[in-house]
Design a protein around this ligand. Structure first.
Ligand code: SAM
Length: 262
């Protein structure tokens, strides 16, 4: 096959480190009967070893040239290729009868946050996700309140998932090498009963507004949305900053406002 030149606009950094590849395959642990979906198979660095462990899987790839290569490399019975944008892909549309539903990928870094939010719409029906991302993004995903990296991404993803930062991956594990260090995260949906927002769209708006000026006090960032009395009724100090609130605090505040205000 002709050589493929990596395309920057598709976030293409191809994995070439066998040890890292094996660790990602082990982290998702594919088994026959699973519904396994890979995002961005690229030149099949993960797809090939995944298919040594499972007889059939799905892959979603945006780059048409890569889709053609994959179609030549694998039979339809092994790999169902969806020549689509993962940001628009319906992750529940394939093999609805199969369980567990697992999603894996060395994600295109240029779309990682919107892709994580798109996937969050399918929880709790995706049972586990394992992704390579920029290390800095994973640090934001798993950060605790008052840590520098704690923000909207931390709150909204921790609301939905339990997450483990599994290991770091240096730039030389890829061709071409990215400028940043990468890492691998595993994400499990939280049981619905643990922390339930009455209105998730309201929670999402409230968190975005609270973090819009993260160094300012909530009584300023949320003025017009919540009164001092309401903050106190939720055991939240009006002088606190968004970065000091836990996920449970945000859910409690959002539920209080939805149930008492609107
Ligand atoms: N899995 C391969 C590997 O580990 O070597 C390639 C990983 S590369 C970082 C990201 C892959 O995602 C590329 O194959 C790229 O073409 C694909 N991609 C980029 N944007 C995409 C999108 N919106 N939907 C689906 N695939 C996309």
């Amino acid at each position: 096959m002709s050589q493929h030149i990596a395309r920057k606009r598709f976030g293409q950094n191809f994995l070439q480190d066998g040890g890292v590849i094996a660790n990602i395959v082990n982290a998702i642990d594919p088994r026959d009967g699973d519904c396994l979906i890979e995002i961005g198979p690229g030149l099949a660095a993960l797809t090939e070893p995944l298919l040594e462990r499972i007889s059939h899987m799905h892959a979603v790839e945006l780059d048409r040239d890569l889709v053609t290569r994959l179609q030549n490399q694998f039979s339809n019975t092994q790999l169902t290729i969806h020549s689509q944008d993962a940001l628009k892909f319906d992750f529940l549309s394939v093999d609805p009868e199969k369980k567990p539903r697992k999603v894996v990928g060395n994600l295109p870094y240029n779309i990682s946050s919107p892709l994580l939010f798109h996937l969050a719409d399918f929880t709790p029906n995706i049972d586990v996700q394992v992704f390579m991302l920029q290390k800095e993004v994973i640090e934001r995903m798993v950060a605790a309140p008052s840590e520098k990296a704690y923000g909207r991404l931390s709150v909204m993803l921790q609301y939905r998932y339990e997450m483990e930062h599994l290991f770091d991956v240096p730039p030389h594990a890829f061709i071409p090498a990215p400028k940043v260090t990468s890492a691998v995260v595993r994400m499990y949906p939280r049981p619905v009963s643990q922390l339930q927002a009455t209105d998730e769209a309201h929670l999402s708006k409230l968190v975005a507004q609270a973090f819009s000026q993260r160094r300012k006090m909530l009584r300023n960032t949320l003025s017009g949305v919540v009164s001092l009395v309401q903050l106190e009724a939720c055991d939240i100090k009006p002088t606190a900053r968004a970065e000091e609130l836990s996920v449970a605090d945000f859910v409690r505040l959002s539920n209080f406002l939805v149930n008492n205000n609107e």
